[in-house]
Design a protein around this ligand. Structure first.
Ligand SMILES: [Zn+2]
Length: 197
């Protein structure tokens, strides 16, 4: 991280003799003083973009898995299928502690045509690892199912499959068994709680 900061500084302050390493940790903490630490902040922004980069990979994977493995239409009759639903909405994913829930979504239950959705992933998944990518993709699948079927409950009824059952069926069909097992194990350990949307 620090090497990275130094590189950015060296690259963009050609004639600046001032910056010395001992000051850097303080600079990084003082976000408010934008003018003095502009380049350090640029580096911090790059780090955030880097982390959201793999989250958007997971979002894309989750949407593709749903398009391939989910055969029910969206609750909102304005959208003939999930492809049109995804094309007509915007989605953002970020890491955040959701009161220990694995994932969360800003679902507006009374609004049939919500234009944009924010999906939150528990910060236990913040590292870009293969296992985290697989689990985050399943969590996003779950949250996208809430968006597609805002009228559904987690548990199945006699009439309809619940969100949890749909999530498991889709993840199994797409061979995300490892992620389902890892998530189950995290739930059992109490580190995270299942979604409570
Ligand atoms: Zn849920």
């Amino acid at each position: 991280m620090l090497e990275n900061v130094e590189y950015v500084k060296a690259d963009s302050f050609q004639n600046d003799p001032e910056p010395v390493s001992p000051d850097k940790p303080k600079e990084i903490q003082s976000d408010a003083n934008l003018s003095n630490v502009e380049k350090v902040n640029v580096s911090a922004v790059q780090t955030i973009e880097d982390s959201s980069y793999w989250l958007s990979d997971c979002l894309e994977d989750a949407q593709n898995v749903i398009l391939e493995c989910h055969d029910e239409k969206p609750d909102d009759g304005n959208f003939a299928d999930c492809a049109k639903f995804f094309a007509g909405k915007t989605f953002a994913v970020k890491i955040q502690n959701n009161g220990n829930a694995s994932g969360d979504i800003n679902l507006i239950h009374d609004m049939s045509s919500q234009p944009s959705y924010k999906i939150y992933i528990h910060d236990v998944f913040q590292g870009d690892t293969r296992d985290n990518r697989r689990m985050v993709t399943v969590i996003i699948i779950h949250q996208l199912l809430h968006a597609i079927h805002p009228l559904r409950m987690h548990d199945s009824t006699n009439m309809q499959k619940g969100i949890n059952k749909m999530e498991h069926e889709i993840a199994n069909r797409a061979s995300y068994h490892d992620a389902l097992l890892n998530l189950e194990s995290l739930h059992q350990s109490g580190k995270i709680h299942p979604c409570n949307v």
